[in-house]
Design a protein around this ligand. Sequence first.
Ligand SMILES: Nc1ncnc2c1ncn2[C@@H]1O[C@H](COP(=O)(O)OP(=O)(O)O)[C@@H](O)[C@H]1O
Ligand SMILES: [Mg+2]
Length: 284
Amino acid sequence: MLSLREVTRSLGGTPALRGVSLEVGRGERLALLGPSGAGKTTLFRVLNLTLRPDGGAYAIGGEDAAGMNPARRREVRATIATIHQQHDIVPRLSVLGNVLAGRLGQWTALRSLRARVWPRADDTAEAAEVLRRVGILDLIHRRSDRLSGGQQQRVAIARALFQGAQLILADEPVASVDPGLSEGIVALLAEASEHDGRTVVVNLHQPDLARRFFPRIVAMSAGRIAFDVPAADVGDDRLRGLFGAGGTPVASPPAPQSFHAPEHATPVPVACAPVRPKEPPRRP
Ligand SMILES: Nc1ncnc2c1ncn2[C@@H]1O[C@H](COP(=O)(O)OP(=O)(O)O)[C@@H](O)[C@H]1O
Ligand SMILES: [Mg+2]
């Protein structure tokens, strides 16, 4: 699915990737660990076709990224979902609106516009199904800026599922989520691979969560792969080697959040959930 050969990339004159080689199979899930500045975010940006390597080669689905024209790049990017630490959902939109936005890259302009004003019943039903799966169906009509950090990450995962993304890249998805709620979110990401066969790469600051939910751990340090081993082989010694004496990484500072609603993660069965009638049409 993903193949990097000796990929290098500098940013502002700083080498961020210094020769990264990595093979990830279709449906595989792996966790990326490494100290701040190791190049993890840069690697994600290469993987999602936002950054071009300076050197080396990157192929996705067997197709060389360097050979893609802009239209093809857009097409391939529509099959990739990236989830960031900052919940980059649209605050003014409802939860449903944000989930529907997952397909904007695939829909015609007209259908996209229509979806914002008067979504089709089959799209709404499908969006409701993914929201049920991530445990926030009852928030479907809530404005997204009225959600807690953990709920917003569930919306981002629901959007990725609705998008039909074959590759999900999550860069510190739980860095701004209350620690006690991180596990449920990481579990949803792992499940997207285990149950749906999607390829999932997650960068986590909690080695324990990484080891529990991901069978393969890839560690980065100073722009290189430090180790790439089964989770069972990641002991405290290796973590100390990677992160220093404490063996535990320091998470990036949490993104500011304007509103903290109480966390909520109770799954609601879709069949009996009260889905409110459509909101009156709103001009985009
Ligand atoms: N926009 C940028 N301009 C200059 N240097 C950057 C930029 N983004 C990242 N870097 C540098 O590239 C290296 C890797 O950064 P990054 O990929 O963000 O690491 P990580 O996600 O592991 O913390 C770091 O040395 C960082 O300072
Ligand atoms: Mg980063």
